[in-house]
Design a protein around this ligand. Sequence first.
Ligand code: 4GX
Length: 249
Amino acid sequence: MRIDVITLFPEFIDSCAGIGVVGRAQERGLLQVTTCNPRDFATDNHRTVDGRPFGGGPGMLMTIGPLRDAIESVKSATAQSARVVYLSPQGARLTQEKVLEFARMDRLILLCGRYEGVDERVLEKLVDEEVSIGDYVLSGGELAAAVVIDAVGRLQDGALNDAQSAEQDSFTDGLLDCPHYTRPVSDALGDVPEILMSGDHAMIRRWRRKQALGRSWLRRPDLLARVSLDDEARALLDEFRREHRAANS
Ligand code: 4GX
């Protein structure tokens, strides 16, 4: 997969996409992240990319010209079509479902806004989709683009080692992850649940599923409401609830 990022701060994206699982995915040729700076398409001596908002008000907006030329340049780099995504708090919330959808694409173009955003005509005519990483305000779209690159990059076939298999991720089955433990077995902070050392893999699977259901019920009832539970899941969740109530009464 190829991800092009249109940004006034290409070094930030290069640095983020160069480390860890995503950096390794690039080294393995599974992912290609490239940047394009709209400032390189400015036509005046000062290389201006911003303008004052019509109607007044504080701050500056990114102007159409350099963005249009940057998008055009990036699109024409390969024959494959590419969706143009603008990162902003006005977008639809990024979910693991959306991440999986992006990860299946051959190409993706991420457009990063600075200042108070971009001219609305860019969003109407040149952007296919607006995505938000959450209800808070960043100083630019780069950090949000890095989030998309990380979440999408790690899903490329061969990016994760087997031990980190993406099927085990939180949200992949619509629930939160279960708790995990490593050595030591016994510590001043507490002991590892005995079941995990029993060697009974059927029981361990049930325990993990029960914890995932229980935590989702406690912490993210909104997630739980949207998954359909099979007979085993309903029984495990009932068990968790009973034990939780007993422990907290
Ligand atoms: N999830 N930002 C966009 C520029 C901007 C300002 C106003 C449109 C209108 C963000 C987020 C985010 C900061 C990116 C402001 N664009 N992006 N930028 N939350 O906060 O994605």
